[in-house]
Design a protein around this ligand. Sequence first.
Ligand SMILES: Cc1cc2nc3c(=O)[nH]c(=O)nc-3n(C[C@H](O)[C@H](O)[C@H](O)COP(=O)(O)O)c2cc1C
Length: 192
Amino acid sequence: MILFVNACVREQSRTRRLADNLLSFLDGSAEEVRLAEITFPKVDEAFLNRREELIWQGRFDDPMFRYARQFAEASRIVIAAPYWDLSFPASLKQYLEQVSVPGITFAYTEDGTPKGLCHADRLYYVTTAGGLYVPDTFGFGYVKALAEDLFGIGRAELIRAAGLDLDGADPEELLWESIREIYGKYGPQSEK
Ligand SMILES: Cc1cc2nc3c(=O)[nH]c(=O)nc-3n(C[C@H](O)[C@H](O)[C@H](O)COP(=O)(O)O)c2cc1C
């Protein structure tokens, strides 16, 4: 199952458009999670205590863990998130908090290092940015570290178009450049 984590907000989202192109080249249909439509629980102390208790009891079938289970089971994961304030929309952070569950997406070994439990061998992170100052540090870099170092996903790859909102930019052409790159890397002639 391909999991499509959609953190796009705008109706005419350009990030979504790039993600749709990528998804059209991946084998199999995708299950979409639209983060803008989800009201995530308030993560207060009561929530943490309940979560801790369920984990302790090994009750991973609780509805609280549905996103974590779905994430762990996916064979490929596509995350689409516009570049906001040097990273991504807060809904994606909320989602990642729901997904990071010891016992489902990762475990700690005896020496305290994490061991990934996710099945996916690849995670694609799709983003578009208005400007050209787009360091990876807090957006893709953070998701890549989570994916590869915590969840055990073989490789996280970045697909990006930047500079779309700059004066004089031709966003349509910039998007097409990215779409051509997606086609080259993931299209029918590629090795994926
Ligand atoms: C709340 C908000 C924050 C943004 N922050 C940045 C930013 O830090 N750097 C940047 O280059 N563009 C920023 N942008 C512009 C978006 O990255 C750009 O318009 C992007 O293409 C939007 O993606 P979408 O079409 O998928 O919604 C921001 C836009 C919004 C709405």
